[in-house]
Design a protein around this ligand. Structure first.
Ligand SMILES: Cc1cc2nc3c(=O)[nH]c(=O)nc-3n(C[C@H](O)[C@H](O)[C@H](O)COP(=O)(O)OP(=O)(O)OC[C@H]3O[C@@H](n4cnc5c(N)ncnc54)[C@H](O)[C@@H]3O)c2cc1C
Length: 499
């Protein structure tokens, strides 16, 4: 990718999508400035450092699809290991179905086949067949489909793609697909869990996304030592090597648009003349809050009908002792998933009997907590747009801690030396997040590829979108890919191609 003459580009937002887009554009020869509202880079993957010695990853904790990170760094002559050390987690994670009913997922296939076979006779063979199909979907999906800009169905008119179209299973649901292979409810829960990253119920997620099972079970769950902030730091360094300039605590407030082109990007402090813009903050915020009505392609009704991925109630906790029973990742599936999903998507309200997830990175990484302490990140998925007053956060804190303490077999609350909650209103205030979503737009069938909010603005010719509300979807690897696709589209536009 390269542009004919030097162009001035503004990138709005320094999450993974903005970092990625900015770096590709700078490599293509553009002058790139990134404007970030918050004090730190990384967006939802920022870190929280406390005076008492804890470093919390504020968002992501699962490092999946290492090949996508490798490909990004390789595009700039680098490797992830130039910036951070990756550890393969073993066990990858545990799922708690009841106090004494815990499924531990070890890294490596022989262990996994044994685990499956012990739970359901014949399921090891089913898993082998399931993962073979999923491997094909991963190869086509992550190697090819996710890099398409989703502007026209013609992008998919590739004979090689059509030949294998049936195997991709875009039109059947992931839950039905899983049910064909596994009958035990625990195995089904295990196989459905990666879909939660896509922000939709497995019933509404295309079976194509069993590629996530391949990513999780075959490629493994990794952890960047020092936390996800190290990945952000690595991407920042690569961006700066390419000449990108970062402006933090400088939110974009609007644009000067003449003849359907952004001429100036206005920030809290100045107005910058530009040739092109990448909108890598939440799409809805840029479209509905920064653009004037005549420059918006989508209506508020359109946005109101989108299925958003959930929000979350999160607790960042410092514990002044070690917790013997906890592993790095523990999923508490000891309540009914369908009932909780119903209260996220169908009848949005605070859940009666929530499922939740606990990450304890200090099990792997001594740098994230003081010696002898634990760093706990607890997340409960939640419907968007709920009211999240202190009193209700406290009520859920106690509900979750009671279950966690029972599981651990020891008190935790008397040993807390740091405690912070984060919820819907914080997502809105900190990231201008639509409805307070945590994970962007859900990957349902009707919100896939060309059916997602377009990466290209239909009303403003030099504005292109990146991030988890457009193609390819939620999660860090898709956000990085999204930045690359948006950068490529902007470069094409600047070189005179507007089709
Ligand atoms: C709690 C949580 C857990 C997650 N867990 C995982 C996980 O384990 N693995 C995984 O792969 N993914 C995970 N995700 C998803 C992943 O973090 C996101 O999909 C990804 O980080 C989104 O990147 P982005 O660049 O699209 O958006 P963001 O990270 O939100 O970046 C957008 C940036 O734009 C900035 N901004 C907003 N408005 C303006 C403005 N007006 N001017 C300037 N800047 C502005 C924001 O401050 C923000 O920094 C998780 C997300 C959350 C919230």
């Amino acid at each position: 990718m390269s542009v004919g003459s030097i162009k001035d580009i503004a990138v709005i937002g320094a999450g993974f999508a903005g970092l990625s887009a900015a770096t590709y554009l700078a490599k293509a020869g553009c002058h790139v400035e990134v404007f970030e509202k918050n004090a730190d880079l990384g967006g939802r993957a920022r870190q929280l450092r406390t005076e008492c010695g804890y470093t919390f990853d504020m968002g992501p904790s699962w490092y999946w699809m290492p090949d996508v990170f490798e490909r990004f760094f390789a595009d700039f002559g680098a490797k992830p290991t130039n910036f951070y050390e990756l550890k393969l987690l073993d066990p990858e994670f545990s799922i708690v179905f009841g106090k004494d009913d815990v499924l531990e997922i070890r890294s490596g296939m022989p262990d996994l086949y044994n685990t499956f076979e012990k739970i359901e006779k014949g399921s090891a063979l089913s898993l082998e067949r399931f993962l073979k199909e999923a491997a094909y979907k991963y190869e086509v999906g992550i190697g090819n489909l996710v890099y398409k800009p989703g502007l026209s169905l013609r992008e998919f008119a590739d004979p090689a793609l059509w030949k294998g179209a049936l195997r991709l299973q875009v039109f059947s649901s992931l839950s039905a697909h899983i049910y064909k292979y596994f009958k035990d409810p625990r195995l089904r829960a295990l196989m459905e869990f990666p879909a939660l990253f896509l922000g939709a119920r497995p019933e509404e997620t295309p079976a194509l996304y069993s590629l996530m099972n391949y990513a999780c079970l075959k490629l493994g769950t990794w952890y960047p030592m020092g936390g996800f902030g190290k990945v952000v730091e690595g991407m920042k360094l690569v961006a700066e090597q390419q000449g990108v300039r970062f402006n933090v605590e400088e939110p974009v407030t609007g644009f000067k648009i003449i003849n359907k082109k952004i001429r100036n990007v206005n920030t809290l402090y100045r107005s910058k003349t530009v040739d092109g813009v990448i909108g890598a903050a939440d799409y809805h915020h840029i479209e509905q809050e920064l653009l004037k009505p005549e420059h918006r392609h989508y209506s508020s009704r359109y946005w109101g009908r989108r299925v958003m991925a959930p929000s979350a109630l999160i607790f960042y906790l410092g514990v002044n002792k070690k917790l013997r029973k906890l592993k790095h990742h523990t999923l508490f599936f000891d309540e009914n998933l369908d009932a909780h999903s119903d209260q996220i998507y169908k009848h949005p309200r605070w859940p009666e009997r929530p499922l939740f997830y606990v990450c304890c990175p200090s099990k792997t990484d001594a740098s994230v907590a003081p010696v002898g302490h634990e760093n706990l990140f607890i997340l409960m998925p939640l419907a968007i747009n709920l009211i999240d007053e202190e009193q209700i956060r406290e009520q859920y804190f106690n509900l979750i801690m009671e279950r966690l303490e029972t599981y651990c077999g020891e008190p935790i609350r008397p040993n807390l030396d740091y405690e912070k909650s984060y919820c819907v209103s914080d997502f809105k205030n900190d990231y201008n997040s639509f409805g307070g979503n945590a994970y962007g737009l859900a990957n349902t069938l009707l919100q896939t590829a060309v059916l997602k909010p377009s990466i290209v603005s239909r009303k403003v010719r030099n504005l292109f979108y990146a991030g988890h509300l457009t193609v390819p979807g939620p999660g860090i690897p898709p956000a990085i890919i999204s930045g690359k696709i948006a950068a490529k589209q902007l470069i094409k536009y600047m070189d005179g191609y507007e089709g």
